[in-house]
Design a binder for this molecule. Structure first.
Ligand SMILES: [Mg+2]
Length: 392
C-alpha cells in the first residue's frame, strides 16, 4: 500500500482538514492547526508546509511506517520545529494513524497499548464576561453562564479571568479577576472544577499577584500564567501558589517540554495534538510527563478531527486529566460529520470512539462544498493604556 494522493481543505470557521488516499482506496483524515491569519484568498502558512512535507516525504511512501515518516519529516528539515512545521507534521501524522487503524480494523488507541479509561472528561469554556469592564456585571455574566453549563451536566469549566494587563497593573485589574472567579465558584459550588487560563497575558509579577488573589476559590489549574518565552519564570510562579500550574499549547515537541519537566515547574502539560507533531509526538510527551508526576490536559480549541485524535491519545494515556474541546453541542462541527456520535456527551464525559482509525466520520461532500468559503480568523493587536503593544 502506498500514499497516492492528498487534499487539504480550509473550512469555516478556521479549520484545515487533510485527506490522504492510498493505492488500495483507503482514506485517512487529519487536522492541521492553522496558525496566524486565516482568510479567504490567502493560504495559511501551514498549507505550504503540508505541500512540501507531502511531496518530499509522504506521497509514494508506505503509510504504515508512521514513525519512519515522522522522523523523515522532522529530521530532514534542517530548520525544524515551531508552530508551522509541527502543525503540518501533525495533520499528516494523524491521517497516517487513521489509515493504520482502518487497515488494522481497530481504534488507534488499541495500537497505543489499549484504553486505560472508559470515557474522557471534558470541560466547557465560560466567556460571557469577556469585554465587560464593570467588575460586578462581568462577574454576574460569568456566573450565570457557568451555572447554565452545570445545569447541562458539565462538572468542569474554564475561563480567562482578565482582559489585557499592564506589566504591573492597578488593584482594580486584580479585583476584577477575583470578582469573576469568586462569582463563578459561588454559582457552581465546590463539586465543579473551575480552571483559569491567564492566556499569557500576565507578566511574571502579575501572574503571582493574580494567583494569590484567586487561590481561595480553589481553581483546578492556572494555564499559561506567563507566555512561553518566559517559562523560566514558571518555577517561581509555581512556588508562590498552591494552584496547579499548566502550560504547553505553544510548545511543539518533547524538546519544548523537557526543560519544564526537569525544573519541576509544571503540574499539567497541554500539548495540542494538531500542533505538536500529531499522535506520535503527543503520546511521547504524555509519557515523558508521566515520569515526572505531571498530568496531561490536551489543548484542542479547533475541529472534530483534532478532537478525535486527542481522544485516541487520552484513551491510552494513564496521566490524562481532562480534555479541552469547543465542538461538542456545536452545529459548526457536526455539519462536517456523516455520523456525529463522536460528539455525544453524557454529563461531562465523551465516550471513547469505537470505529477503526481516529473514529471520525467525515462528510466529504460537505467539506468540499464549504472549502474556501467564509474564512476569517485574525488576532487584533493588543495595546496597553499608553499605546504600546502588549499581550492579548
Ligand atoms: Mg489556553
Amino acid at each position: 500500500m502506498r500514499v497516492t494522493d492528498y487534499e487539504l481543505y480550509e473550512v469555516p470557521p478556521r479549520w484545515q482538514f487533510l485527506r490522504l488516499e492510498t493505492s488500495d482506496g483507503r482514506v485517512g483524515w487529519g487536522e492541521v492547526y492553522t496558525k496566524w491569519h486565516f482568510r479567504e484568498g490567502s493560504a495559511p502558512a501551514t498549507r505550504s508546509a503540508v505541500d512540501q512535507m507531502m511531496q518530499k516525504y509522504v506521497l509514494g511512501a508506505d503509510p504504515g511506517r508512521i514513525e519512519d515518516r515522522w522522523q523523515a519529516m522532522y529530521r530532514s528539515s534542517f530548520y525544524r520545529g515551531g508552530p508551522v512545521h509541527m502543525s503540518a507534521i501533525a495533520g499528516i501524522d494523524e491521517a497516517l494513524w487513521d489509515l493504520k487503524g482502518k487497515a488494522c480494523g481497530c481504534p488507534v488507541y488499541e495500537l497505543l497499548g489499549g484504553p486505560v479509561r472508559d470515557r474522557v472528561r471534558v470541560y466547557h469554556h465560560v466567556d460571557a464576561h469577556r469585554g465587560i469592564d464593570d467588575p460586578e456585571k462581568a462577574a454576574a455574566a460569568a456566573a450565570s453562564e457557568a451555572e447554565g453549563y452545570v445545569e447541562e451536566g458539565y462538572t468542569a469549566l474554564k475561563l480567562v479571568p482578565t482582559g489585557g494587563l499592564e506589566p504591573v497593573d492597578a488593584p482594580a485589574a486584580v479585583e476584577r479577576a477575583r470578582a469573576v472567579v469568586g462569582a463563578v465558584r459561588e454559582a457552581v459550588g465546590p463539586e465543579v472544577d473551575v480552571a483559569l487560563d491567564f492566556h499569557g497575558r500576565a507578566s511574571k509579577a502579575m501572574a503571582r499577584r493574580l494567583a494569590d488573589a484567586v487561590e481561595a476559590f480553589d481553581p483546578m489549574f492556572i494555564e499559561e500564567p506567563v507566555t512561553p518565552e518566559h517559562d523560566h519564570a514558571l518555577e517561581r510562579v509555581a512556588g508562590a501558589t498552591t494552584i496547579p500550574i499548566a502550560t504547553g499549547e505553544r510548545l511543539y515537541s518533547r524538546w519544548g517540554f523537557r526543560p519544564l519537566l526537569e525544573a519541576d515547574a509544571v503540574d499539567i502539560v497541554q500539548p495540542d495534538v494538531s500542533s505538536a507533531g500529531g499522535i506520535t509526538e503527543t503520546k511521547k510527551i504524555a509519557d515523558m510527563a508521566e515520569t515526572y508526576d505531571v498530568s496531561l490536559a490536551l489543548h484542542c480549541p479547533i475541529g472534530p478531527v483534532a478532537l478525535a485524535a486527542s481522544l485516541q491519545v487520552v484513551a491510552a494515556a494513564p496521566n490524562a486529566l481532562i480534555q479541552e474541546q469547543v465542538v461538542v453541542d456545536d452545529p459548526d462541527a457536526s455539519r462536517y460529520l456523516a455520523d456525529d456520535s463522536l460528539l455525544d456527551r453524557t454529563g461531562s464525559y465523551l465516550d471513547l470512539p469505537e470505529e477503526p482509525g481516529l473514529g471520525v466520520s467525515i462528510d466529504e461532500d460537505r467539506v468540499r462544498e464549504l472549502a474556501g468559503t467564509d474564512l476569517g480568523f485574525d488576532r487584533p493587536i493588543g495595546r496597553r493604556a499608553d499605546g504600546s503593544v502588549g499581550e492579548r
